[in-house]
Design a binder for this molecule. Structure first.
Ligand code: PBG
Length: 327
């Protein structure tokens, strides 16, 4: 006798009762891009709905996020190119753009969870994610660890709730954990960009963060997108070094990695639904070739089904609005 699967699909109540995964507003992390100045809100042409904003506008945005029940943001600093240098000094200043932003946000919205992206590509004149070793023209891993800790302490001192190092330097989690603990920040969690691929899906982000490398690419520190076993090793190594949350980035083309990781680690997993994934969907919506909201939900739910708990996504506000309306 064959099994009648359709019995449990007979109506929406029953389908909801047996549904295995769902999307909640608590799952979402919304990226924000802060620039210096006042009254600035510049839309990014490849990413409709995503803006570079000055701190005053960021605060207005945070009010909206809190009203939408969004719990967490991911903060990126975008500085004027005249302030960039070879080692990203702006990011190491206690009075940096990011530090000032964190302080302002936490003062006005103490319960909003502020995660900072810790990297150098937005702050260096060469656009790479750390200090360049001039001999082989590649990022110097261990020299970058040192300044990364310095940047982490700037974020911590300003009141960041969690730090997410994204430069793909080897040993960074252990280095930051030890350094932060020594300064009394043993309760500040680290979300590792633990499996981050050298991906072409980051294209639009580099417009918004003004972080395109001036020469070559990031393939000597970010992962080869062909590698699944190495992806697992990378994330499990960060778990061993003390990461509190692991991340797979990009998300949509890498669900096999997420599922594999969920089998091997008990830590919460985050995915980064990156700029190129968002831009593609927005372009599809504009062309009228997809039902945008339904496709968006289906994609985000696929992250949960694969084993992710958290999703960094430019769709967060749209999703939160829809979730609010359906409650
Ligand atoms: C590095 C960083 C990048 C993204 C997040 N952090 C870009 C890169 O590695 O080149 C990409 C995010 C996105 O595409 O949405 N600071």
């Amino acid at each position: 006798m064959f099994k009648r699967f359709r019995r449990l699909r007979i109506n929406e109540n029953l389908r909801a009762m047996v549904r295995e995964n769902s999307l909640q507003v608590e799952d979402l992390i919304y990226p924000l891009f802060v620039v210096d100045g006042t009254n600035i809100k510049r839309e990014i042409s490849s990413m409709p709905g995503v803006f570079q904003m000055s701190i005053d506008e960021i605060l207005r945005e945070c009010k909206e996020l809190v009203d939408l029940n969004i719990k967490a943001i991911m903060l990126f600093g975008v500085i004027d190119s005249s302030l960039k240098d070879s080692c990203g000094s702006e990011a190491l200043d206690e009075n940096s753009l990011i530090a000032r932003s964190i302080i302002a946000i936490k003062q006005n919205f103490p319960s909003l969870f502020v995660i900072t992206d810790l990297c150098f590509c937005e702050y260096t004149d060469h656009g790479h994610c750390g200090i360049i070793d001039l001999k082989n023209k590649s990022v110097d891993n261990d020299a970058t660890l040192k300044i990364s800790l310095k940047q982490a302490l700037v974020h911590a001192n300003a009141g960041a709730d969690m730090i997410a190092p994204s430069g793909m330097m080897d040993g960074i989690i252990e280095y930051l954990r030890k350094g932060l603990d020594k300064k009394g920040y043993e309760n500040l969690p680290l979300m590792a960009y633990s499996t981050k691929f050298a991906s072409s899906f980051y294209g639009p982000f580099r417009d918004v963060a003004d972080s395109t490398p001036a020469y070559e690419d990031r393939k000597s520190y970010q992962m080869d997108s062909a590698n699944g076993k190495e992806a697992l090793l990378e994330s499990l190594e960060d778990e061993k070094q003390g990461a509190d949350i692991l991340m797979v980035k990009p998300a949509l083309a890498y669900l096999d990695i997420v599922k594999d990781l969920a089998k091997h680690s008990k830590l919460p997993i985050c995915v980064y639904n990156v700029s190129g994934e968002y831009a593609l969907l927005k372009a599809g919506q504009k062309l009228g070739v997809i039902d945008y909201e339904k496709v968006m939900f289906e994609i985000l739910l696929s992250f949960k089904r694969a084993g992710a708990k958290l999703i960094i996504t430019y769709h967060a506000k749209e999703v939160a609005r829809l979730l609010k309306n359906t409650l």
